[in-house]
Design a protein around this ligand. Structure first.
Ligand code: NAP
Length: 277
């Protein structure tokens, strides 16, 4: 039997559940390639030993939804684990010592799975969640709890909708035959989808000038978005505000009970540094 069955060489092993910009930036910071941003450099260095070799082993897990994902530094694995039990087994087998759920705020299933697995194995878990968006003066927002509620309200707000809720949620709008949809997603969506749909394949980030032009050119009169959060001035929200276009904002699901949250990559690194010290 190998003296180092998990291959970590005695180092802590951080598993990042990824699929977001923050997850990639965290992997970059922990793998030493990039600073984590303002204030992150020193903290990042604290996670490396004096010989400049990595004190932490970093693995990022991706769901495998995007056809050509941008892979972060460190190790990567792709595909589901097989529920919380599968994730717990993977964590045990690979000697994971710290789990960071840096999935998208709307990846609810995976957040639940990570809470269950962390509890079962007894590894510390952190949820890295960018802050939710807040409306500013001039915004016309209608908050709804989920995509189904958004589909109910949508016909009252407009007839030409810009749908930015991702290709996986299109089914919720499929029955709306009287609304024209512009659907933007990274990969092509699959049926069921609304009858009058134009698909725009694009990967962000998107600039304000482009978002303005997109609303104008397609005569968009309602925007539908999840509250993905992050930059307080998401260009599509600014463009909608300027054009007086109402926005249906789908609220994010809560982080599972008892799981600590960090709002930024730097805060996540601080948590990890604290957990390691
Ligand atoms: P989800 O509904 O919470 O998860 C569904 C299943 O996908 C999970 O049960 C798990 O399968 C697998 N999975 C999800 N994230 C994974 C990861 N990082 N590594 C390995 N397996 C993962 O998730 P989703 O909403 O479909 O999102 C999938 C991925 O896309 C996530 O990584 C998320 O960060 C990213 N993403 C999601 C959104 C969004 O709006 N939902 C937006 C941008 C990016 P098993 O149970 O088999 O382990």
């Amino acid at each position: 039997m190998s003296a180092d069955p998990t291959g970590s060489g005695g180092r802590p092993h951080v598993l990042i559940l990824g699929g977001t910009t923050e997850a990639r930036r965290l992997a970059e910071a922990l793998a030493g390639d990039e600073p984590a941003g303002a204030g992150g450099e020193g903290i990042s260095h604290a996670l490396h030993d004096s010989r400049d070799s990595f004190r932490v082993r970093v693995t990022t897990s991706l769901a495998g939804r995007v056809v050509n994902p941008v892979l972060p530094p460190g190790e990567t694995r792709i595909g589901g684990f097989g529920g919380p039990e599968g994730l717990a087994a993977w964590v045990r087998e690979h000697g994971v010592t710290h789990l960071i759920d840096a999935t998208h705020p709307f990846a609810e299933r995976m957040s639940f799975n990570s809470a269950e697995a962390a509890r079962a194995v007894g590894v510390p878990l952190l949820a890295l969640r960018r802050p939710a968006w807040e409306p500013v003066s001039g915004d016309v927002w209608h908050r709804v709890p989920d995509l189904g509620a958004a589909a109910k309200v949508l016909p009252d707000l407009g007839t030409r909708a810009f749908l930015t809720t991702g290709r996986m949620g299109l089914a919720a709008f499929a029955h709306l035959d009287r609304t024209w949809f512009l659907v933007r997603s990274v990969d092509a969506p699959e049926a069921p989808m609304p009858r009058h749909t134009e698909v725009l394949l694009a990967r962000g980030p998107f600039g304000l000038a482009d978002e303005r032009e997109l609303l104008r050119a397609h005569r968009i009169d309602v925007l539908v978005t999840k509250d993905s959060g992050g930059s307080a001035t998401a260009p599509k929200l600014t463009a909608a505000r300027e054009a007086g276009v109402p926005v249906l904002v789908v609220d994010r699901p809560p982080v599972p009970d008892g799981v600590p949250e960090a709002p930024s990559v730097v805060e996540a690194i601080n948590w990890l540094a604290g957990a390691l010290s």
